[in-house]
Write a protein that binds this ligand. Structure first.
Ligand code: HEC
Length: 104
C-alpha cells in the first residue's frame, strides 16, 4: 500500500511538473536579479516607463518575451526591451516567466 502511494505521488509530481511549472523559478530568480531588476525593480514592481511585471501569469510573460525576442513591436518603448530579450534562450524565458508569476 505504501509503495502505491509513493508511486502515485511521484506520478502526480511528474505530471504537475510538466503541466504547470514548465519553468524553474529558482533559476529565473537569479537571472531576474542580474538582468531585469535594474529596470523593473527587485520585485518586478515597475517604475515610470518600466512596466510592472509582478502578478502576470507565466504564459503571458513568456509570450511577451518571445515577441520582443522575435523583433515584434510590443509597446512604445520596445527598443529598450528588445535587446534584453534577444539573448534569452527559450529555457531562460520559461524560468523568468515562472519566477515573475511568483512576485506579488
Ligand atoms: C534597460 C531597461 C530594461 C531591462 C534591463 C529589462 N527591461 Fe523589460 N521592459 C523595459 C521597458 C522600457 C519595457 C516596455 C517596452 C514596451 O514599450 O514595449 C519593458 C517591457 C517588458 C515586458 C512587457 C510588459 C508588459 O506588460 O507589456 C516584460 C514581460 C519584460 N519587460 C520583462 C523583462 C525581463 C524578464 C527582463 C530581464 C531579462 C527585462 N524585462 C529587462 C525595460 C527593461
Amino acid at each position: 500500500m505504501k509503495k502505491i502511494v509513493v508511486a502515485l505521488s511521484a506520478a502526480i509530481a511528474l505530471m504537475s511538473g510538466s503541466a504547470f511549472a514548465a519553468g524553474d523559478a529558482a533559476a529565473g530568480k537569479a537571472k531576474f536579479g542580474s538582468i531585469c531588476a535594474s529596470c523593473h525593480g527587485m520585485n518586478g514592481e515597475g517604475m515610470g516607463i518600466f512596466p510592472k511585471l509582478s502578478g502576470k501569469p507565466a504564459d503571458k510573460t513568456a509570450a511577451l518575451l518571445k515577441d520582443y525576442k522575435a523583433g515584434k513591436t510590443v509597446g512604445a518603448n520596445t527598443a529598450m526591451m528588445a535587446p534584453q530579450a534577444a539573448s534569452l534562450s527559450d529555457a531562460d524565458i520559461d524560468n523568468l516567466a515562472a519566477y515573475i508569476a511568483t512576485l506579488k
